[in-house]
Design a protein around this ligand. Structure first.
Ligand SMILES: [Fe+2]
Length: 408
């Protein structure tokens, strides 16, 4: 048996190059009966991750937060995506901005990672250069006479990135001339609109930094239904994998991947003994929508589960090839937040999340740690993993465009 060693930090002779790994990814797409899981090097190699920083993260719409995370003028929230410290702001006129948070003086971040607050301006803690909430320079102490403040203000601004708000969710794009996001999410649009996600409010949040696995491990685990019968046995039984419905996906035109998980009961949920939704069911859902969870991803950074009464949103952002930040928001109709027993139900929900996410985390961590092995597997997929060749096709498109753009 010949086993190719992985290239970990560079391109020594005989190791798979970026181009070779990308070619290997093509065997992970297409017909479910023939597709193989991704080549281990796309997870284990820091070199490949550096390629993904440009091919994927600088060339995709990136989910950042829900609009309700910044309800008031002056609100800001910092999020680092794949080594790019960003800050989302709402200015005094109520407009949202996405800015690089690096001071234009010497790149000190003007806000800390995962910091949220409210301010009239963003001030760099190092030399007190300050910026308006739209990124324009306001003050730069002690720069005269070498530089007039007027000249500096006329020319200096934190880099600004496009903002798209889709069904209440804020996205940005770090690349050149991005295609509009909305038309590429048409398949998901009806479900988000039916759940009225634009008007939802955050009831609970958690940010988990330094989670020790690759960002693709996280998305794959979230997307596939196969593991839910086994690793989550006893916790996911009222939405069994055998009842999952998969949908089409065209990597050439779409950025949203979705599947349905039918509950055994109508108005289903995971928190109650009887398998019923714990919170009031969202008004206007069809009987079919009341009987299922919608699992959807806008890769690389968004994964959601929409239930008949609420939704959970994951923001998945890599810190490095072997670490991610996972930020989770639980969203509800506003009226649900006002109900008397909300705090108790939220506590129950967090308890359930800690168990089920703990099971997923164990799987992600142990699997990632093994993927550097010379004997790491490329196995066949179950029909209950039909979303994975779809995700792989999305990746392959990004990887090929990245290779073409780099001239490699
Ligand atoms: Fe899971």
């Amino acid at each position: 048996m010949t086993v190719a060693p992985l290239r970990l930090t560079g391109p020594p002779a005989g190791y798979p190059s970026i181009a070779d790994l990308v070619e290997q990814v093509s065997a992970s797409t297409g017909d479910l009966g023939n597709a193989l899981s991704l080549p281990p090097g796309v997870y284990a190699s820091p070199h490949f991750y550096e390629f993904e920083r440009s091919a994927v993260f600088a060339n995709s719409w990136l989910y950042l937060c829900h609009v309700c995370a910044l309800p008031n003028p002056g609100d800001y929230l910092s999020i680092t995506v794949s080594g790019e410290p960003l800050v989302v702001t709402r200015d005094q006129a109520g407009d949202l901005h996405v800015l690089s948070s690096l001071c234009r003086h010497r790149s000190f971040p003007v806000v800390e990672a995962e910091e949220r607050g409210n301010a009239g301006q963003l001030r760099c803690p190092y030399h007190f250069w300050s910026y308006a909430l739209d990124g324009s320079l306001q003050t730069a102490p002690n720069m005269e006479p070498a530089h007039s403040l007027g000249d500096l203000r006329a020319t200096i601004c934190l880099p600004r990135f496009p903002v798209t708000v889709w069904n209440g969710f804020v996205f940005t794009h770090l690349g050149e001339n991005p295609e509009p996001l909305e038309p590429t999410l048409a398949r998901l649009d009806g479900e988000f609109a039916a759940h009225n996600t634009a008007e939802m409010k955050i009831g609970d949040s958690v940010v988990l930094r330094g989670q020790p696995w690759n960002w693709k491990n996280m998305l794959e685990n979230a997307l596939e239904a196969y593991h839910t019968s086994f690793i989550h046995r006893g916790y996911h039984d009222n939405a069994p994998a055998r009842l999952v419905q998969f949908l089409g996906f065209d990597a050439d035109t779409e950025n949203g991947i979705m599947r349905y998980a039918r509950f055994l009961n109508p108005d289903g949920g995971f928190l109650t003994e009887d398998g019923k939704a714990a919170f009031p069911v969202i008004e206007g859902l069809t009987a079919e929508q009341r009987g299922r969870t919608v699992y959807a991803s806008v890769p690389p950074a968004m994964f959601v589960s929409m239930k008949p009464d609420s939704m959970m949103v994951f923001r998945i952002t890599p810190e490095a090839h072997d670490r991610i930040t996972l930020a989770v928001d639980w969203l509800y109709p506003e009226a649900t937040l006002a109900q008397e027993n909300f705090a108790a139900l939220i506590a129950r929900q967090r308890e359930f999340f800690d168990i089920v996410n703990g099971q997923d985390s164990m799987a992600n961590e142990r699997m990632f740690a093994a993927l550097g092995s010379r004997f790491a597997a490329r196995g066949p997929y179950s029909p209950q993993e039909a979303t994975l060749p779809q995700f792989n096709a999305w990746l392959l498109k990004k990887y090929r465009a990245g290779l073409a753009g780099s001239g490699a």
